[in-house]
Write a protein that binds this ligand. Structure first.
Ligand code: NAD
Length: 276
């Protein structure tokens, strides 16, 4: 094997599908992979935003970026989107399962239909997209499926009785699907970011957003929240050749929070330069 930066870490020309592509994380990851030369297909149910988002990202990155409207909980809708992607791009190499929703309430007030909706988008949608993408990846016996899970999948928090089980199911799906696709050149991994300031949290903590950010930082050893930029390196690595033996993993991107928590110690973290 010849070791060059491009052969190990390059994703130039690879076709990467990103669900939830109009969202904070999906669009941020699309910008990162597009800037590195990948060809990007965004899937999102927000039809209004989709064309603009694809055009903006194409202009910003110089990459080929196209949008495909689909509701990921509807298998027919997803199949149609992937058929169009395959027709337009000629292959499907990577899938980043990023579309997701949350509903946070005390259990006594948990509307069971809203609970089900979280399971439908986060679990059913992830399964449908992986199933459809794998069909195309198997044609070339190579592929990368990256499921955007969450630190919340293994960290219980009050009122997260919809979101946490949905992400735990995503992680369970990752470890089992990885074994099924392992001999077909397709890797499957979960990435588990910690709190980010995107629409999902802006809506959830609308009444006290800065309080929510400070509360999140107070638990994270690096004392800063995640961002699409901080997440993008891990996703690029998982898309690249260099991660071909990294399979069925649940990988944190959380400033030390997987195994660490600074919330209950009397400890003043060093300020970052831009905070001094
Ligand atoms: N923001 C965070 O703090 C955080 C932390 C850890 C994990 N995550 C996970 O990252 C992912 C992206 O989150 P985000 O912060 O970018 O959220 P976001 O709300 O900004 O974006 C979510 C996107 O998914 C799309 N979507 C929702 N339901 C859909 C459906 N049925 N079909 C197609 N598209 C649909 C929305 O239109 C939206 O564009 C989610 O899976 C979320 O659980 C987020």
């Amino acid at each position: 094997m010849e070791y060059t930066l491009e052969s190990m870490f390059g994703i130039k020309g690879k076709v990467v599908v990103i669900t939830g592509g109009c969202g904070g994380i999906g669009s941020g990851l699309a910008e990162a992979v597009g800037s590195l030369g990948a060809r990007v297909a965004l899937i999102d149910m927000n039809e209004e935003k989709l064309a603009d988002m694809a055009a903006q990202l194409a202009e910003k990155t110089g990459a080929e970026v196209r949008g495909y409207a689909a509701n990921i909980t509807d298998e027919e809708s997803v199949k149609k989107a992937f058929a169009a992607i395959y027709e337009d791009f000629g292959s499907v190499y990577g899938l980043v399962n990023c579309a997701g929703i949350s509903f946070v309430r005390p259990l006594a007030e948990m509307d069971i239909d809203r609970w089900q909706a979280v399971m439908d988008v986060n679990v059913r949608g992830t399964v449908i997209c992986a199933k459809t993408a794998a069909y195309y990846m198997e044609k070339e016996r190579v592929g990368r499926i990256i499921n955007i899970s969450s630190l919340a999948s293994t960290h219980g928090k009050p009122q997260y009785t919809a979101y946490t089980p949905s992400k735990a199911a995503v992680d369970g799906f990752t470890i089992t699907l990885a074994t099924e696709l392992a001999r077909r050149g397709i890797t499957v991994n979960s990435v588990r970011p910690v709190f980010m300031l995107t629409a999902i949290n802006r809506a959830q903590y609308a009444d006290n957003l800065s309080g929510a950010v400070e509360a999140a930082k107070s638990r994270i050893p690096q004392h800063r929240v995640c961002s699409p930029e901080l997440l993008s390196g891990l996703v690029v690595f998982l898309l690249s050749e260099s991660s071909s033996f990294v399979d069925g993993q649940l990988i944190g991107c959380d400033g030390g929070s997987t195994f660490g928590d600074i919330s209950n110690v009397n400890y003043q973290p060093m300020p970052y330069e831009d905070e001094v």
